[in-house]
Design a protein around this ligand. Structure first.
Ligand code: 3BY
Ligand code: FES
Ligand code: FE
Length: 420
């Protein structure tokens, strides 16, 4: 059987073939059947980053988002409550809302005009007779949680309970930035020519940063994501010592200010995979900009200086929340070899473009970094699609988080019945 048309036992075999400490067997990246299994086991049964509360600021604001073969709508209802539903009409299942943003009074299905209130209730079903029990045809709700302004949804009727741990840990860290009240200054969609796991693996390491991200490297310490302590040159040793000293100073300051900073990892053995830490911004230390100074005159939330970079990774997301702006990124699987990477730059709601910030200065570091990463993910996907690919070893120093991600993935697939 060709490797791209796998039966379930072949998926189990691929999961079993994964060698500890090594990248995944090719089929786990390239097979459309594995992609479908990922959409089922990972993207439909875990808490997935789906956007930000300020995507839907006012009653009637709607976002439709495709997640693999599924689609959800996220909206703000007439009582200002955030809600999410499957983007599926209760009549004959037509997609209700096109992908992207819209503003509506009610949700009207384009097919036969069944019409839903913003709380999902079926308000109108023309020509269906008086005896149609409209209460039976409510839109199917999707579990949605607002974690300090970041939205997570789970398509399953039985969402993992450990989202509460993310809320407990990340909620207080995000609170002072008031992201729920922020404004999206810019949004960018990139389609990467690679499997979603290659996108996430690439994000879980900074081994590639020095040689691929010259601009990001001005404000980002690659060593935060691990370095090989064996055989450092004198200069490298001095840099490592200086960074350790800087952390001692910053951590003491953050502790005195009551700002949580510790690294918290909730990965292996947990359904809701996340990691967070307050990182030092390199250079002048203010923001991930070309000159490492704040890009926005108005602070995001509190005006305390030296907040660093509140870094938060999730199953399909990575976020950098800084004193002046936040970069919110999430990846969505489109096909085995195609992944959407959606980035939002958040600023204080009153910040005015051209007066309080320059859009190019605000966005250039991560637009450049995203383009560089898209290129690398494309190269990786080309490689794993070649007959010459053999899973290779991860560095125990710089790719530990990649290894954990791959191990977590195999565990979760097994937990959801795809193992042997
Ligand atoms: O954005 C991130 O979270 C990661 C950290 C290391 C590489 N990449 C930039
Ligand atoms: Fe929506 Fe018929 S499928 S109204
Ligand atoms: Fe990168």
């Amino acid at each position: 059987m060709p490797k791209d048309n796998l039966d379930p036992s072949a998926i189990a075999e691929l999961l079993s073939a994964r060698r500890a400490g090594h990248s995944l067997p090719a089929g786990l990246y390239t097979s459309p059947e594995v992609w479908k299994a990922d959409c089922d086991a990972i993207f439909s049964r875990h808490w997935i980053a789906v956007g930000v509360a300020c995507d839907v600021e006012e009653a009637g604001d709607v976002i439709a988002l495709d997640i693999g073969p599924s689609s959800i709508v996220i909206l703000r209802d007439d009582d200002n409550e955030l809600r999410a539903f499957h983007n599926v009409c209760s009549h004959r299942g037509a997609r209700l809302v096109p992908p992207g943003r819209s503003v509506v009074g009610k949700l009207v299905c384009p097919y036969h005009q069944w019409t839903y209130d913003l709380d999902g209730a079926l308000a109108l079903a023309p020509q269906m007779g008086r005896d149609l029990d409209r209460d039976l045809h409510h839109l199917k709700p999707v579990a949605l949680r607002d974690v300090g302004g970041l939205l997570y949804a789970c398509l399953s009727d039985d969402p993992p309970g450990d989202i509460d741990t993310l809320v407990e840990i990340a909620g207080p860290r995000l609170a002072s930035y008031d992201l729920g009240q922020a404004r999206i200054a810019f949004e960018e969609d990139i389609i990467e020519d690679g499997n979603w796991k290659l996108t996430l693996e690439n994000n879980r390491e900074c081994y590639h940063c020095a040689s691929n991200h010259p601009q990001l490297s001005l404000s980002f310490h690659a060593a935060d994501f691990g370095f090989d302590p064996e055989g450092l040159t004198e200069t490298e040793q001095a840099e490592a010592d200086a960074l350790a000293e800087a952390y001692a100073r910053y951590n003491a300051y953050w502790a005195a200010e009551g700002l949580p900073f510790e690294a918290v990892e909730h990965t292996l053995g947990h359904a809701t995979n996340f990691r967070t830490q307050r990182l030092i911004i390199a250079g002048l230390g203010e923001s991930q900009t070309p000159d490492t100074r704040a890009a926005v005159a108005l602070p995001l939330g509190s005006d305390r200086p030296w907040l660093g970079d509140l870094h938060l990774w999730g199953i399909n997301s990575w976020n950098h929340v800084m004193g002046d702006h936040a970069v919110i990124v999430a990846a969505y699987p489109i096909a085995a070899g195609r992944t959407l990477v959606r980035t939002k730059w958040l600023v204080h709601r009153d910040a005015v473009e051209g007066e309080d910030y320059d859009l190019e200065n605000l966005t250039t570091v991560w637009r450049t970094t995203n383009a560089e990463d898209a290129h690398l993910v494309g190269l990786a996907h080309q490689g794993v699609s070649s007959t010459g690919y053999r899973p290779g070893p991860y560095s125990r120093y710089t790719e530990r988080a990649v290894d954990d991600f791959a191990t977590w993935y195999v565990e979760r697939m097994r937990d959801h019945g795809y193992g042997a």
